[in-house]
Design a protein around this ligand. Structure first.
Ligand SMILES: Cc1cc2nc3c(=O)[nH]c(=O)nc-3n(C[C@H](O)[C@H](O)[C@H](O)COP(=O)(O)OP(=O)(O)OC[C@H]3O[C@@H](n4cnc5c(N)ncnc54)[C@H](O)[C@@H]3O)c2cc1C
Length: 416
């Protein structure tokens, strides 16, 4: 179920070798980059795709990830023997996400926050469909259940995902503790389903300062400065300290989804104020925390989440960097208490353009659309999700890179 996947260098580090190879190819005039060119149409002639048409967008100097102007500066058309669509998923287009939402996950959330840049708009999927491509598994999406509204948004409605570890308690909007497997970092799709079936778009983590200090990691290169600059020693030193990491502390100080208190009564008041309702009952919340806390000293506990904490402690890596020593959440020395409203955060797309094993796009009849290939999230990373619906608990990048290599090599052979 859970997987570990924070890389040294984070996203920019993963991309670096490919970036270097592409820049080298550009120097050798094997690649021409066409930045600020938005494709609006696939050109069809003689029964095959022969290129793309679209608009040149006005220049922009905005940093990576920031939404840019869509104002246009003219048309363009490019001709090529093969065209590869690698335009990504649909996560920034909430209307499309809701339209494809599967009933097995409950009702589509009214409130979503966005875990991808604005360019992940799914537009190219419709454009490819208009050119004859077949889209499969539209209802397979990977949205996280532990999303915080960013205090300093890079893209519109920017949400940050918490990579949580085992100790926080997880409650639905009415303050009922979730059962297995809705424990932090266990099973994203199942938890999404369990939250969806509550009829609310959010849930609550309840924890304390000691847990947040040790166990919280935030997803995103800017949230992990030591790892992004490949300074493992500084990262480990920071995690070993009992102090809250600076990026996490910023969410406590400035985030709209976090409340802190010294007592359960006060915490409940603040949770209800934040959610603008009175769904949480202090007595019920306290009872569930006390019941869990009583299990902490019991070596034969039957509390499935506490068993999971002990299991994590048995794995050296998790023991060192992401699992706090078992303790009572209501232990005053570990306080203050913290409650975090967790929103649904859009991220990854498993459905997309159906391809064969060479990355060639197929039509509704299962025949190849001549001249058209697809890779990455646009093709559900490999013809409709090579890792299956659970995507090895959200592992996309490897499949995207692999399907890119497959499509690139096949396109190379086709044009040799
Ligand atoms: C914050 C964050 C954390 C993540 N963490 C992980 C992780 O830990 N592990 C993991 O496996 N995956 C992770 N992912 C997911 C992973 O990064 C993506 O699945 C992957 O990058 C998708 O690659 P892609 O090339 O298919 O699409 P993208 O990287 O989205 O690239 C698509 C490109 O196409 C361009 N484009 C789109 N439409 C058009 C058009 N009409 N005309 C011209 N250009 C267009 C876009 O501008 C963009 O440059 C994360 C994603 C985010 C945002």
């Amino acid at each position: 179920m859970a997987r570990r996947r924070v890389t040294l260098g984070t996203g920019p580090g993963v991309v670096e070798p490919f970036r270097n190879a592409a820049l080298d190819a550009e120097r050798r005039r094997r690649i021409t980059f066409k930045f600020r060119h938005r494709v609006d149409e696939l050109v069809m002639s003689g029964g095959r795709i022969t290129g793309v048409r679209g608009k040149r967008l006005v220049p922009s100097t905005k940093p990576r990830g920031v939404a840019t102007s869509r104002a246009t500066a003219g048309d363009f058309e490019l001709r090529a023997p093969v065209t590869i669509v690698a335009s990504g998923g649909i996560g920034a287009n909430h209307d499309l996400v809701r339209a494809n939402w599967p009933s097995r996950l409950g009702k589509a959330p009214k409130t979503l926050i966005t875990g991808v840049p604005a360019h992940v708009d799914g537009r190219m999927l419709g454009i490819a469909e208009d050119a004859g491509a077949r889209i499969v598994n539209r209802d397979r999406m990977w949205h996280y259940t532990e999303g915080l509204r960013n205090h300093t948004s890079i893209w519109p409605d920017h949400g940050i995902r918490v990579l949580a570890a085992p100790s926080s308690m997880w409650f639905d909007a009415e303050g009922n503790r979730f059962e297995s497997p809705a424990f932090p970092s266990y099973d994203t799709i199942k938890t999404l389903e369990m939250i969806g079936k509550t009829g609310y778009d959010y849930s609550w983590f309840v924890l304390n300062k000691r847990i947040i200090a040790k166990e919280f990691v935030l997803s995103g290169s800017e949230q992990n400065p030591e790892l992004t600059r490949k300074d493992l020693a500084a990262y480990l030193a920071n995690r070993a300290l009992d102090d809250v990491p600076k990026p996490v502390q910023k969410f406590i100080d400035k985030g709209v989804d976090v409340v802190q208190a010294r007592s359960v009564d006060d915490l409940t008041r603040k949770m209800n104020r934040l959610a603008r309702n009175d769904l949480i009952d202090a007595g019920k919340l306290r009872k569930q925390i006390v019941e869990r806390d009583r299990q902490i000293g019991n070596p034969y506990t039957k509390d499935a989440q506490v068993m999971g904490i002990h299991n994590s402690r048995n794995f050296l890596g998790d023991n060192i960097v992401r699992t706090v020593e078992p303790h009572r959440i209501l232990d005053r020395a570990a306080g203050p208490l913290i409650a975090i409203r967790m929103n649904i955060l859009t991220r990854k797309t498993l459905g997309g353009l159906q391809t064969n094993l060479a990355g060639q796009v197929l039509n509704a009849g299962g025949a190849v659309v001549p001249g058209l290939y697809a890779a990455g999230e646009a093709s559900g990373f490999g013809g409709g999700g090579v890792h299956g619906y659970n995507a090895l608990e959200g592992t996309f990048l490897g499949g995207c890179l692999y399907s890119g290599r497959v499509a690139g090599r096949a396109a190379g052979r086709a044009t040799a």
